[in-house]
Unconditional design. Structure first.
Length: 691
């Protein structure tokens, strides 16, 4: 009996070994990823040995991995009926769910599997990969680490851990927890030193946090081959742009463009030409960018990235209609395009279509949850429409022995994106230190603004001015009405009427002079950095005098970051009647000056501005005299809802008082948002979510 058992066991082992050897070719096909050939092989094998469990498992794997996961799942389901407690059959059944993307269905099965088989490497790794696909990265990382503890040198498990960490890091980056994101990316280098995907993700994180020098160094680490150096140079060009070094960005983009075509890689070509045209636009080389976009449109007629370049060019040149058309074309092909959705939001905002801009931004966040740029865009819109209160205090003095203190409080309350109101109170006290004349004025104003159409705004301010000089007091109504329009691209026109009470100093307050201003302001921008601003004003006064004023300025923008411009100003004034003993009122006054203006950032939350102008002025036939004006300010954002600024300015240009006049003012402003969001925001957001 013992001999019989021994012979039987020997025969079974022999058959098993022979079967394994006869299936070796099929195993190799599976291992090498030749799933179609493996399917044919095992199907033929099963015709001669239909009950071979190993062959059935391999056939199911080949079928599933060859694009028929449902069929494979059914095959493994049948096998489970035959072998209800077989680990290999069960693990392959669960894995077939993964091939079909049924991660939720696979999760509880894997959970039960690892509970029963905590020492089975395949079960632990499969569970980790399932959790990763469900974006449960923290738990996935825990299970993949357990799998690696069983097989420390398993390359596949380390690759799974790498992708879990990449996904987990991206989740932290989207939540703006950049420290944890960076830590996870750096950990990948422990398994895969200088891993390419980890390096690119690290560089992208550094660009988001504006650590541009670190990003450039990371891209240099990536450039270990001639081909990879093209990707690195493209990244460095973007880093230079973020750092404000536009000329260097173009230099790097041009270098990549000159090298890329030798590699014959269509995707790399697209990325490189994309960056090159972007760099042309950043450097305001719009004609060259237009020519290049038109060329690319012929080569890549269906390329969304070419449409995105066309949209970007439109945004920079003020052709917002063209931008909207391009973004709509992108979204018609790819409704979940990030560039298309957020780009359209920006184009709608630039077109002064605020509610559609909000909705486009909400749509972006539906697709890309917590995306930083989309959130920042909504915060920008909110900042323009959130109720706020502003305090402005100033102290002034001049060489005519006049000193004054002024304070104003302005409340701004928008009830919608179209309708807004303001309430303003101004107090000013002035004194002449020689004559001891004192006066004060109180101004209360209520304002209403309404957007008649995109780029057509009407604003009206009504109120009264109560002025007191010594024992005399009077009250006058005041009015300010303006119509602001953008008649054409890069043009702004403002028409206005203002009824104002002169309150510059005590002597003028005493005379109760009311001025009726009829004005026109026009600004013309260009795409060649030139701009032209003109102001025309006619003033009728209650003392039967009148004034004509022309001010025009031609300026050139030298730099974009910081914004630096230089220009020429010319001013011409005439008065109908000359009353020099009361106020400056020449028959003819002219002034010409050159000026410079710079505006930029000291840090993320602190901005600065400085301007200087100097030239000559001529009053009637008097000799020419030199003029000088300067102004500087610094603004700081203390938090999302509180900002403040200090400023100072000086001028010796002729004013309403006299020629030879010198005037200095110092002051501060505080602005506080009364609510976190606009009054209409909750309804707008709810409406967007319901659609």
């Amino acid at each position: 009996m013992n001999i019989y058992k021994l012979i039987t066991t020997f025969l079974l082992l022999s058959f098993s070994i022979q079967a394994q050897q006869s299936m070796q070719k099929g195993f190799e096909l599976l291992e090498n990823g030749n799933f179609a050939d493996a399917e044919i092989f095992f199907e033929a094998f099963l015709e001669s040995d239909s009950e071979n469990k190993t062959a059935q498992i391999c056939y199911g794997r080949a079928v599933g991995l060859n694009g028929a996961p449902k069929t494979a799942n059914a095959l493994f389901g049948d096998l489970q009926q035959k072998y209800p407690n077989d680990y290999e059959v069960a693990i392959n059944y669960i894995e077939s769910l993964l091939w079909a993307g049924k991660f939720k269905e696979a999760k509880p099965l894997y959970k039960d599997m690892v509970a029963k088989n905590p020492d089975k490497f395949g079960a632990l790794l499969g569970y980790a990969n399932t959790l990763s696909n469900l974006r449960e990265y923290e738990t996935a990382l825990n299970w993949v680490n357990k799998a690696i503890a069983l097989q420390p040198d398993n390359e596949g498990a380390k690759i799974s851990r790498k992708y879990i960490k990449l996904g987990y890091a991206n989740e932290f980056v989207n939540a703006q927890n950049y420290g944890m994101g960076q830590q996870l990316l750096l950990e990948i280098f422990g398994d895969f030193p200088e891993d390419k995907e980890a390096l690119l993700n690290l560089a992208n994180l550094q660009l988001i946090t504006k650590e541009t020098d670190s990003a450039k160094n990371t891209y240099r680490r990536y450039a270990t081959s001639a081909k990879d150096s093209i990707t690195a140079i493209n990244g460095i060009a973007l880093a230079e742009h973020i750092a404000g070094n536009e000329k260097m960005a173009l230099k790097m983009a041009l270098e990549a463009k000159e090298k890329v075509e030798s590699f014959g890689d269509p995707v790399l070509n697209q990325h490189t030409f994309d960056r090159y045209v972007q760099a042309l636009i950043w450097n305001r080389k719009f004609a060259e960018a237009r020519k290049e976009i038109d060329r690319l449109a012929l080569v890549y007629p269906n390329g969304n990235w070419v449409q995105a370049l066309n949209a970007t060019l439109g945004m920079y040149t003020g052709d917002f209609k063209a931008s909207l058309s391009s973004y709509d074309a992108i979204l018609s092909k790819d409704s979940v395009s990030f560039d298309g959705n957020l780009g359209k939001a920006n184009a709608l905002f630039a077109s002064d279509r605020i509610v559609p801009a909000y909705k486009a931004a909400f749509q972006t966040l539906k697709i890309f949850k917590n995306q930083k740029d989309a959130q920042g865009f909504i915060e920008k819109l909110n900042g323009l429409h959130t109720p706020s209160i502003e305090e402005h205090a100033a102290y002034t003095f001049d060489n005519g022995n006049n000193v004054a203190f002024s304070n104003s409080v302005n409340a701004f309350v928008p009830f919608s994106t179209k309708f807004k109101t303001t309430l303003n109170y101004q107090y000013r006290t002035t004194e002449n230190t020689v004559t001891q004349n004192k006066a004060e004025s109180h101004v209360v104003l209520v304002g209403f603004g309404y957007k008649l159409a995109p780029n057509v705004d009407m604003a009206t301010v009504l109120g009264f001015n109560n002025s007191r000089f010594m024992e005399t007091a009077y009250t006058q109504p005041v009015l300010d009405a303006k119509l602001k329009i953008k008649p054409f691209k890069l043009q702004n026109l403002e028409l206005g009427y203002q009824r104002e009470v002169q309150n510059f100093n005590a002597d003028l307050i005493e005379r109760e002079i009311v001025m009726n201003h009829y004005g026109l302001n026009y600004n013309l921008g260009t795409n060649v950095n030139l701009g032209w601003y003109t102001q025309l004003m006619y003033t009728q006064q209650t003392d039967n005098n009148s004034r004509n004023l022309l001010f025009t300025s031609l300026y050139y923008t030298v730099l974009q970051k910081p914004a630096l411009k230089f220009g020429l100003n010319y001013q011409y004034i005439t008065f109908g009647e000359q009353v020099p003993t009361i106020y400056f009122s020449p028959e003819k006054y002219q002034a010409g000056e050159v000026f410079g203006d710079i505006r930029g950032k000291i840090s993320t939350h602190t901005n600065y501005m400085a301007s200087v102008a100097t030239g000559i002025q001529k009053v009637e036939n008097d000799p020419q005299t030199a003029i000088f004006r300067s102004e500087a300010s610094m603004q700081h954002q203390f938090g999302k809802r509180l900002s403040g600024s200090i400023y100072g300015k000086y001028s010796n240009i002729a004013s309403a008082t006299a020629a030879g006049f010198e005037f200095t003012e110092i002051g501060f402003k505080l602005k506080w948002s009364l609510t976190k969001q606009p009054l209409f925001f909750a309804n707008l957001e709810a409406e967007s979510k319901s659609n």
